[in-house]
Ligand binder design. Sequence first.
Ligand SMILES: Cc1ncc(COP(=O)(O)O)c(C=O)c1O
Length: 417
Amino acid sequence: MQNERLSVMNFLNEATSRYPDATSFASGRPVEFHFRTDRWGDAIREFQTYVANRNGQAFLDAGRDLAQYGKTNGVVNELIAQQLHVDEGIECCASQIVVTSGCQEAIALCISTLCSKPGDVILARNPTYIGVTGAADFAGIEIVPVDVHPTEDWKSVLAHTIERLRRLGKRPRALYLTPEFDNPTGTVLDMVERQSILEVCSQHRIAILEDNPYGMFRFDGERMPAMVTLDKHGCVIYLATYSKTLCPALRVGAAVVPTTLFDDAESATRLRDELSERKSFLTLNTSQVTQAIVGGTLLAERGSLLSLIQPSLDHYRINRDVLLSALAREFSSDFDRILWNRPQGGFFLSLSLPFEFGKREVVECAEHHGVLALPMSFLALDDSHKCELRLAFSNLAPEQVDQGIQRLGVFVRKRLS
Ligand SMILES: Cc1ncc(COP(=O)(O)O)c(C=O)c1O
C-alpha cells in the first residue's frame, strides 16, 4: 500500500504541473493574501526584546541566543499556551508543550514514540490526512482504518475494531483524528461522538492525537469544545500548527502532552521526554528564527490570532458559499445520486458521484474540462471511497470556484449521459 500511496500523490503533483491552467480543487493550501511577511522583521525584534527583558539580557545577546542552537522543546511555549487558552479555551502550561517543525513533525514524533514495539498499531478515520498515513508508512507502523457509517456509532465500531486487533495480537496505541473540519471530508465530530471516543480510548489506554489545523476557521454553527478540554483521564495529545493561521513557511507547530497520561503523571513526563529526545535527533530544535516570528506576532496581537485571521476566514466562507451554490446549480437535477456535505468551516468539502473517480477521471477532467480534483480513494486506507472527491476551496478566487464547478458539471453530465 505504501508505494501505491506515494505514487498517487506523485501522479497528482504531475497532473497539477502538466495542466497549470486547470482550476485546481486539489490543493488545500491557505490563501496567501493574509501572509504578512512585511511584519517579520518587527516580529523578530519584538520577541527579541521580550526575551531580553525576561532574562535581564542585552537586546543583542538575546538575539545571539536566538541565532544559536536552541532548546529542543522550544522558546515560545508560554506564548503558545496563552494563545491556546485565549483562542481555543485549552488550559495547558508551557512545560507540557513540545514546539515542533510544523504539526507534521508532531504527528511523526507521536506515532513513532507511541508505537515503538512490534504489534503496536495506529487507528485513523478512513479516509484520513495523507501526512499521517505517510508518516506511519515510513516508520513501518501499521495504520488501521476506522470506518463509522451513518447507521453506526463510534463506541461500538471502535470497541469492535480494538477487539478484532487484540485477537490478532496487535495493540492499538493511538487514534489519529481531526475533529474540526476534517481533512479530507470537511466534517465535524459532534459532542456525543467526542465523548464516546474519549470513553473508549481512555478505557483501552489508547492515546488520541487531536489534530486541529482548521478549528479557528469556523464560518457558522455552534463552536465545539476541543476534545482535549473534555479529557478527564489524560488520553489526548493536542496537535497545533501556525501553518494556517500565520503561514506554512514558518514550520511551527506543537504537541501538547497531558499532565497525566491515563491518570499517571510519571507516564506523561516520560512521554514528553521521549518526544523531546526523538526530536533532538531529528531536527535538534524548531527554527528559532521562525519561532521568534510566531512569538513576536503573538505578542503584537496580545495572545489572540482571531483578528489577524478574519480576512482569510471571510475569504474561505465566501468560497464555501460560492461552492455550495455552484454545486446546487450544476447538480440539482441529480440530488439523489450526487451528494455533498455542507462544511461549517475549514478548507474541504466531500462530493460523492454515482461513478468511480480515479486517475483516468483526473486526467480527463484536467485535459478536456480544465478542472482538477482529488479522488478520495487516494486518501483512503483501504480499497474504498472510490466514488468520492475532495474539493479544497481555500486557495481559489470565488470566480474560479464557480467556474471550476461549472466545468466539473460538464464532465459529470457527459459521463452520466
Ligand atoms: C490535518 C492536517 N494536519 C497537519 C497538516 C500539516 O501541518 P503543518 O504545516 O503544521 O505541518 C495539514 C496540512 O495540510 C493537515 O491538513
